[in-house]
Design a binder for this molecule. Structure first.
Ligand SMILES: C[S@@+](CC[C@H](N)C(=O)[O-])C[C@H]1O[C@@H](n2cnc3c(N)ncnc32)[C@H](O)[C@@H]1O
Ligand SMILES: Nc1nc2[nH]cc(C(=O)O)c2c(=O)[nH]1
Ligand code: SF4
Ligand SMILES: [Mg+2]
Length: 244
């Protein structure tokens, strides 16, 4: 059994140690595993190399294209597990791309790992299989608002959002580019009765200046609505660089 992984700048698998830069565990030292492929196509995605493969025009869900010859690495689960264990961390963040597209294989991967907390970054559109769900400590769910450019019927699936709303291990992390985007968050919060303490607003941006500027108007909005603010620590520390 194998996993399809994103590659770093050297062409190797994107498995690395870093500080979690976003959400409830920000600042924690963790191991990262970045998988390839996504079912959405956010206009501002900071990892388009995981899904926007060139050289093929076959249609793919969300308007992206999919190329079997793409720059992704397919590795046996045992090799992935060995590389993660070698990082010596006690917490693993699995991201992508959309990692739950390979959910069944992830369950097999976790079974090969030393005991670790497992955190999943997801766009919230794909259900985790029960075998994986049983090993997950935390879900960081980032539903995509209109400004992401995805059709709402693909990005905001009501029964999926209702599931995450009921899931106590799930935190919501909304990417915000303009203050108007928060109206959509408030509507989703009301519909799914989500406590504001489980909602993070995070500025869209891949450089410190943009993040700081957007945080200047996001902070008062968080105060007004009881939401939490997420910075993007890794951007300040390392810039928009693969493998960090
Ligand atoms: C690259 S995504 C991978 C996981 C999953 N596909 C998702 O969207 O949650 C990881 C996180 O980065 C966020 N993100 C991606 N591009 C961003 C950008 N330009 N500015 C701020 N956050 C961004 C996503 O919303 C998500 O929370
Ligand atoms: N340091 C760091 N923290 C992160 N938190 C979520 C990330 C992601 O891309 O899912 C990410 C990332 O790419 N790097
Ligand atoms: S859902 Fe996540 S990986 Fe997919 S395009 Fe959007 S931000 Fe990128
Ligand atoms: Mg990232």
């Amino acid at each position: 059994m194998t996993l399809a992984l994103a590659t770093d700048d050297t062409g190797g698998p994107e498995i690395f140690a870093s500080l979690q830069g976003e959400g409830p565990s920000a600042g924690m030292p963790v191991a990262f595993l970045r998988l390839s492929r996504c079912n959405l196509a956010c206009t501002w995605c900071d990892t388009p190399y995981t899904w926007h493969f060139e050289g093929d025009n076959r249609p793919h869900r969300g308007g992206a294209t999919y190329d079997r010859r793409a720059n992704q690495i397919v590795l046996p689960l045992a090799d992935v597990a060995q590389r993660i264990a070698a990082l010596g961390q006690n917490r693993l963040v699995i991201t992508g791309g959309e990692p739950l597209l390979q959910g069944a294989r992830l369950a097999e991967l976790v079974a090969l790992l030393p005991a670790m907390m497992v955190e999943i970054e997801t766009n919230g559109t794909v259900a985790p299989p029960a075998a994986l769900d049983a090993c997950v400590s935390q879900y960081n769910v980032s539903p995509k608002l209109a400004h992401s450019g995805n059709p709402a019927e693909l990005a905001l699936i009501p029964e999926r959002l209702a599931h995450w709303g009921r899931e106590p291990r799930a935190f919501f992390k909304f990417v915000i580019a303009q203050s108007d985007d928060v109206e959509e968050v408030l509507a989703l919060q009301r519909t799914h009765a989500i406590s504001p303490a489980r909602i993070f607003l995070m500025p869209e941006g891949t450089d410190s200046e943009t993040l700081r500027q957007r945080e200047s108007w996001l902070a008062p909005l968080c105060l007004r609505h009881g939401f939490r603010l997420s910075d993007r620590l890794h951007i300040h520390l390392y810039g928009d660089t693969r493998g960090t």
